[in-house]
Design a protein around this ligand. Structure first.
Ligand SMILES: Nc1ncnc2c1ncn2[C@@H]1O[C@H](COP(=O)(O)OP(=O)(O)OP(=O)(O)O)[C@@H](O)[C@H]1O
Ligand SMILES: [Mg+2]
Length: 355
């Protein structure tokens, strides 16, 4: 198993700050908690944080993954079994619920439990009584705080009849939802820093990010959430060739998927016309020096020139004389400017910019 860092939830977004506050508030109660959220968002970390901040912290936090075990094994895992109760049961075995006595049990992927197991869990939650597999009587009573997690919609499962509504209400006393990483992108830089620190502590050379790398990492959609980010950073630390992590070292999907459409519209890519316009108006270059030669050498198109003129007209409210001034031309060059535009079909009708 990989090291879990210090078990603290890293993040500066309001979503994470609220979550941490909420964890602090509920930790001291014994209320059952249901943690939901996509795969890899940090549900287990939330469960760990609740346990560690609770009065049960000195006792065990026992985790049971309800997925991937056949029903009979899950039953014995949770409740224990007595010797000879099934093939391979050579001795009595204590269940995880008993192991967690006085502490917390974390039932991960609760949505994967069969209806029969759900019934058994519900009975346990109502009574605190454990009946080992193969035993004909209740053997122990325990006091366990239950925290459950799922990335499924239990409500949908209830509608479909695959999750018990009564169990849902038992578990869902407090509901925490951990948002997807793409919905709290401010957390990406602090998480990257955290993981860089964590993995370089394991004997690797400290790494920094080249400027473009952080942008790509911040724009990617992270379908696998924090776990995916953690894996990407680990791979970069281990395999990175240079001191600074370069954009081209990032996995293909990160480089490809950081798509422009994720950006708000107003942050569209700068165009050729934007750059030219900036040279004219901010760097105060003359039209004859900044635009004319590029056009004549066919380095920019007629469309580019028109766009620059359009921007000027917008600013000058349709007045070509002011545009000429904005583009740092002498007043005697005004005619030459208009002639040039006409001759090369770069004119833009000024009327629509008049106010
Ligand atoms: N806010 C966070 N700060 C630091 N590490 C985090 C944070 N969120 C998640 N992680 C790390 O990301 C990894 C995945 O988190 P975790 O196992 O808690 O996710 P999960 O929601 O339980 O995922 P799954 O549904 O796939 O089981 C872990 O290694 C965890 O330490
Ligand atoms: Mg998990």
């Amino acid at each position: 198993m990989r090291s879990q860092g210090n078990g603290e939830l890293i993040g500066t977004s309001s979503a994470i700050r609220e979550l941490i506050e909420e964890i602090g508030r509920i930790a001291t109660s014994d209320a059952k908690v249901l943690v939901t959220g996509e795969s890899g968002v940090g549900k287990e970390l939330v469960a760990t944080a609740i346990h560690r901040r609770s009065p049960r912290a000195s006792r065990q936090l026992v985790t049971v993954n309800c997925a991937g075990l056949p029903e009979t094994l899950l039953e014995s895992e949770l409740f224990g079994h007595v010797k000879g109760s099934f093939t391979g049961a050579y001795r009595d075995k204590i269940g995880k619920l008993e192991l967690a006595d006085g502490g917390t049990i974390f039932l991960d992927e609760i949505g994967e439990m069969t209806l029969r197991m759900q019934g058994m869990l519900l009975r346990f939650m109502e009574t605190g009584e454990l009946q080992k597999v193969g035993s004909d009587r209740v053997t122990t009573r325990v006091n366990v705080r239950v925290i459950a997690a799922t990335n499924k919609s239990l409500r949908d499962m209830i509608i479909k009849g695959s999750f018990r509504e009564d169990l849902y209400y038992r578990l869902n006393v407090i509901h925490l939802t951990v948002p997807a990483l793409r919905d709290r992108r401010e957390d990406i830089p602090p998480l990257i820093e955290h993981f860089l620190g964590q993995f370089t502590r394991n004997g690797h050379i400290p790494k920094a990010l080249a400027p473009g790398t952080m942008r790509l990492l911040s724009e990617y959609s992270w379908p696998g959430n924090v776990r995916e980010l953690e894996n990407v950073i680990e791979r970069l630390v281990v395999t990175g060739r240079s001191e600074a992590i370069l954009p081209e070292e990032l996995p293909m999907e990160v480089r490809m998927h950081s798509n422009v459409s994720l950006r708000p519209k107003r942050e569209r890519r700068r165009t050729v016309a934007d750059d030219l316009y900036k040279r004219l108006t901010e760097e105060r270059e003359s039209f004859w020096a900044a635009v004319y030669p590029l056009y004549m050498e066919r380095e920019i198109t007629r469309g580019n020139v028109r766009d620059v003129v359009r921007k000027g007209l917008e600013e000058a409210r349709g007045n070509y004389k002011i545009v000429a001034k904005m583009f740092n031309m002498e007043s005697r060059d005004y005619k030459r400017f208009l002639n040039f535009l006409r001759k090369h079909d770069c004119q833009v009708p000024f009327k629509e910019y008049r106010q």
